[in-house]
Write a protein that binds this ligand. Structure first.
Ligand SMILES: Cc1cc2nc3c(=O)[nH]c(=O)nc-3n(C[C@H](O)[C@H](O)[C@H](O)COP(=O)(O)O)c2cc1C
Length: 215
């Protein structure tokens, strides 16, 4: 074998080895893509849940209709008893309306800084096959609220659940301010905006709250 043939053979072997290496590492890459994305999805979700906090101070920055729509999409993905979806969502954006609501609600003064507010309401006109309104509407609207709060966190927005139902004076204040019909019951008012400062989540994990039962 002359020198030229030896060099060609060595080069061919090297090329084959590189191709084999590339194919193996691509295969591993695909395996990881499947496994790692499943792991990172749960990691991302947990991180978002653990990062959520009540935000009560807001920057002077607007929130778009698209952002509000995304929050409402997340809210309406919540589970509801017998899939009744007994809810309505009222969006308030005007400065005058926000300030007027803040004046009427001593525990929601942050409305004066927020860009918008969503009022999560139970709809008593949504009835079952016996013509009865949902007995689960507070749970259903609470699940929708938590979805909305988590979505706000994921979008870099701040929000806080301020309670309305079951406090009579708050119910009257919100219903009259918004001109709500009798069958629409506000559960809460959620001021929304870009957080001012760097609010931190609380670490609430407490192992003493967990009981593993066996029998
Ligand atoms: C049913 C309910 C009612 C609440 N009402 C108010 C309220 O009126 N005003 C307020 O500032 N925060 C209110 N919050 C927010 C709580 O104070 C807050 O979730 C709690 O302090 C825990 O803090 P975190 O949300 O940052 O984890 C309410 C929360 C819930 C679930």
């Amino acid at each position: 074998m002359n020198r030229y043939k030896i060099v060609s053979l060595v080069l061919a072997i090297a090329l084959l080895a590189s191709l084999t290496h590339l194919m193996v590492s691509q295969d591993e890459g695909h395996g990881c893509a499947k496994k790692c994305s499943a792991e990172s999805k749960s990691g991302v979700v947990l991180q978002n849940i653990l990062s959520r906090k009540s935000v009560r101070s807001f920057a002077d920055r607007p929130v778009s209709r698209e952002q509000i729509d995304t929050l409402l999409r997340a809210a309406m993905a919540a589970p509801t008893g017998r899939d009744m979806r007994p809810w309505k969502f009222v969006v308030v954006e005007g400065r005058a309306e926000m300030d007027s609501l803040a004046q009427r609600l001593p525990y929601a003064k942050m409305l004066t800084e927020a860009a918008a507010a969503i009022i999560v309401c139970g709809d008593m006109s949504v009835t079952d096959s016996h013509g009865k309104p949902s007995t689960n509407w507070t749970f259903d609207c609470s699940a929708a609220t938590e979805n909305l709060l988590l979505m706000a966190e994921a979008m870099g927005l701040g929000a806080v659940w301020t309670g309305v139902h079951p406090y009579e004076e708050r119910l009257v204040a919100v219903k009259s301010a918004l001109g709500l019909p009798e069958h629409i019951v506000p559960l809460n008012v959620i001021p929304i905006g870009y957080p001012k400062g760097e609010p931190h989540p609380k670490d609430k994990y407490d192992a003493s709250n967990i009981h593993y039962n066996r029998w």
